[in-house]
Design a protein around this ligand. Sequence first.
Ligand SMILES: Cc1cc2nc3c(=O)[nH]c(=O)nc-3n(C[C@H](O)[C@H](O)[C@H](O)COP(=O)(O)OP(=O)(O)OC[C@H]3O[C@@H](n4cnc5c(N)ncnc54)[C@H](O)[C@@H]3O)c2cc1C
Length: 450
Amino acid sequence: MDSELTIIGGGLAGSEAAWQAAERGVRVALFEMRPVRDTPAHVSDRLAELVCSNSMGARSIDRALGLLKEEMRRLDSLIIACAEAAAVPAGGALAVDREFFAQEVTHRIQGHPNIKLCRQEVTRLPLGPTIIATGPLTSDALAEEIVALTGNHQLYFFDAMAPIVEAESIDMEVAFRASRYDRGEQDEGDYINCPLTEAEYTAFMEALLGAEIIPLRDFERGDQRFFEACLPVEVLAARGHESLAFGPLRPVGLTDPRNGRRPYAVVQLRQDNLAATLYNMVGFQTSLRWGEQKRVFRMIPGLENAEFVRYGQMHRNTFINTPRLLDATLRLNTPDADSRPPIWFAGQITGTEGYVGSAMGGLVAGLNAALYLQGQPALAFPPTTMMGALLHYVSNADPQVFQPMKANFGLMPVLEKRVRRKKERYQAYARRALADLQPVVLKHRCNTLD
Ligand SMILES: Cc1cc2nc3c(=O)[nH]c(=O)nc-3n(C[C@H](O)[C@H](O)[C@H](O)COP(=O)(O)OP(=O)(O)OC[C@H]3O[C@@H](n4cnc5c(N)ncnc54)[C@H](O)[C@@H]3O)c2cc1C
């Protein structure tokens, strides 16, 4: 079979992309390097192996991952169908028997008449239309090719993520808006500042230093220079009692409007999305366990009821600078991209974090590659859908500080009418998302039937 589309990587994203393109009649060559070459985390030769947890998150559509899965289900996702087939009891979550799940994906891919599965490491970029879905553990040789394609400094090997909180959950009776020395572009200040007294700072430091951390695994210890340049907050804190007060929590240039004085220390939060619904904790990249982050960071005045949409993390993760390199259909759109056959990226390598977010990228890239090969216009997803909101985020975030992102309601454009209660607000987001997805679903079905 002569292939029209090459897909590199048979993980969650690559398998979904292959399925979507093949279902539209495109002949696909899917390259997976295992078992010829292993990754440090996978343990089998199966496609779509889940490397850690066996959960794909909540089922209910008023939860971000529940809504994302429902949108994908409506677009005939292979990964969601196989997850349902392999589901095990898990309360409100969709958890799977991981072996049965990966076996099912492998079986369906191998049985598809339009897909040829090649067990081979790809070390050079193919010459025809290609989807790169090699994940957070992309092999070194291909990583070098990606650097050559995208330019230096556009490929990263570690996450150093600070937690992100929902703006609505910050207590603005305590926190205040200001930029240091009032250098903000907006009158009211660009940052949200959480002021600490000396006693609050001391209590916070004690809790931080006593908190449990997630140890790095052997394959994650790698590049120590990275950690020197971007230290986890608890490592910096261990250097001395005042290390944070003179570092990321320094209060210089800030006055607490409640008392007109400079606080002893200040935790700053920086706007993280255009809609200003999400804020990241500046300098708080961390390896603390997630439960510990919630406990310790909620000690910060103003964050007592903070809702964390993403916890801080430090781990091995290969990802590209998507806002600089891709459009919202995940196609490479660098200035010289038109001089060669099209390339799409999909999965964790684009920064759409997590199993379901990765598979979603595969669905979008596979669908758009098929549309391209059939001479049809690309399909962008409405930003009011969870798929569209996540794609919009990764393709439009600030490229200077880009980090992977999980599906969450904070990414969505705010509702026209304010809904105070969180559950009802999320239900309203979900209703709007599924209504706005409907035209895409209809178009998708027409294309599949064609
Ligand atoms: C250690 C670890 C634990 C994680 N735990 C979780 C978790 O619990 N929950 C969660 O939601 N997310 C987790 N993630 C994040 C992410 O969701 C998963 O990594 C997910 O599998 C990403 O899907 P993907 O398709 O992008 O990549 P993968 O599923 O990793 O698939 C990429 C595939 O490409 C292959 N490949 C790589 N290079 C080449 C090459 N040159 N040629 C051919 N094939 C190649 C690999 O063998 C692999 O099969 C974890 C990530 C890591 C690294």
